[in-house]
Design a protein around this ligand. Structure first.
Ligand code: EPZ
Length: 431
């Protein structure tokens, strides 16, 4: 187990490079099963979640060849198992993408009910409804295994009752090889949905409308291998934008798609931060005054991302005035507030609303990362707080941020990692 120690109060300056998108990578890795051929995936982030997905693919029988830390060649020609073992599935919510991918390829799959960051109830009813509409039977076996099976699949019209990233991905995966036309209505529009569709189209799929709320999939007979580079990570980029805004200084965030960051840019501008996004693949942040208050409502894309909610809360904790955050995606995503309170933040949570009275300073203290994005927020809090902040539970953060300690140190943060001889509290829940 490790902890991170930050001596806060230092401004940030320099350039930080953003890696490939975690949530695109964890959908595209299982999607390689839809061909019997070789796919070369580039710009994969070198993070725990990606390694678990690649490990699962290997365990199922695919050949996974390391080329460099961000590039792998995946050969899915061999026969593959259709059961994803519980030890792998429980680490990663995205393991349920093997349901859609294996259903598409082999017409059957079983995966243990996925774990995930604890944001309240995380149902998969929309995935199940969609699989059934495509012709599959869905059952639950012992040990919480979900089993999907079909004699054959056939395209159909699927209306999602909630906008779900996971259900949209799973249904695209299940439908690309199903004869006929599948229409997904009220589909999620996140950049990683578009990236998955672009990857599959390069393999020969016929998917249109990705990035809008109606996706149409004309089933094709087979897909071929391809070489594909994953898009930059919207949330990693947003995290460094908010870190620079909160800690102060001048930072260039490189290898990004500014269009994907518009909702974050808009909120930072409202807070009085200077943001220049008039570049093809960079965003420049300059912050030298106390941020102004603003209200934030999280929504599915193109709304403000729920995965940036804890990070912006840190900025608003030290803003001038009272801000309200309204969580529009998850039932329970304010658990981290307790940790920020230890640093002196003044936040009241009422259901899915948090009212933040900005304070002038946060003060360093021992805190913990409860999950991936909450953990990223604790790093930002440590940068902002005066004195020393010690953060435990950093293994959650390593799931989604490559070399975060090194990247922040290169921007001038006083930050280091230390091993803690404490076996309790190790990684058990991820999302
Ligand atoms: C994805 O989770 C992301 N994970 C999450 O990011 C992100 O918070 C979330 O989308 C929302 O943007 C990955 O992409 C791997 P959903 P997912 O299905 O797919 C309800 C991170 O930090 N719902 O879009 O699990 C659900 O309860 C992670 O990188 C149903 O009711 O989220 C929630 O309220 C954490 N029935 C809402 O929809 C269903 O069948 C959105 O969930 C499915 C979902």
């Amino acid at each position: 187990m490790e902890k991170v120690i930050i001596n806060g109060g230092k401004t940030l300056s320099g350039t930080v490079d953003i890696g490939g998108a975690k949530n695109a990578a964890v959908a595209i890795i299982p999607a390689t099963l839809l061909t019997r051929g070789v796919c070369r995936l580039e710009n994969l982030p070198d993070i725990k979640d990606v390694n678990i997905m690649l490990g699962t693919l290997k365990q199922l029988g695919a050949k996974v060849k390391y080329i460099n830390p961000h590039t792998y060649e995946i050969d899915t020609t061999p026969e593959v198992d259709t059961e994803v073992p519980d030890e792998l599935a429980k680490h990663l919510r995205a393991s349920y993408y093997f349901l859609g991918a294996l259903l598409g390829r082999e017409k059957c799959a079983s995966v243990a009910m996925p774990g995930g960051c604890d944001f309240g109830v995380r149902p998969i009813d929309q995935h199940i409804k969609g699989f059934e509409l495509l012709g599959a039977k869905v059952g639950f076996r012992e040990n919480a295994m979900v089993e999907v099976k079909a004699e054959s699949l056939l395209g159909n019209q699927i209306y999602l009752d909630v906008v779900s990233v996971g259900a949209t991905v799973n249904l695209i995966l299940a439908a690309v090889l199903a004869p006929g036309l599948t229409t997904i209505e009220q589909a999620a529009k996140e950049p990683h949905i578009v990236d998955l569709a672009n990857f599959l189209n390069l393999m020969g799929a016929k998917i249109t409308g990705a990035g809008t709320d109606v996706i149409k999939i004309h089933g094709v007979k087979q897909l071929k291998g391809c070489t594909y580079s994953i898009i930059p990570d919207q949330i990693e980029a947003g995290t460094y934008m908010v870190a620079a805004a909160a800690a102060g200084g001048e930072v260039i965030i490189r290898n990004v798609i500014p269009k994907h960051l518009e909702s974050i840019t808009a909120k930072l501008l409202e807070c009085g931060i200077e943001v220049d996004d008039d570049f093809d693949d960079e965003i420049h942040i300059k912050s030298d005054v106390r941020p102004k208050r603003c209200n934030v409502k999280t929504l599915p894309h193109p709304g403000f991302p729920t995965d940036m909610q804890p990070q912006i809360a840190v900025l608003l904790s030290v803003a001038d005035g009272t801000s309200i955050i309204s969580e529009g995606v998850w039932d329970n995503r304010f658990r981290y507030v307790e940790q920020l309170a230890r640093l002196g933040a003044s936040i009241n949570v009422e259901g899915k609303l948090a009212v933040i009275e900005g304070v002038e300073h946060l003060k360093g203290a021992p805190i913990k990362a409860d999950d991936l994005r909450a953990g990223a927020a604790m790093f930002i809090a440590g940068l902002v707080a005066t004195g020393t902040t010690e953060i435990r539970g950093v293994e959650h953060v390593d799931r989604g941020y490559e070399k975060i300690v090194e990247k922040l140190a290169a921007l001038g943060a006083d930050i280091k990692r230390e091993i803690v001889p404490d076996p309790a509290g190790s990684l058990n829940e991820v999302g």
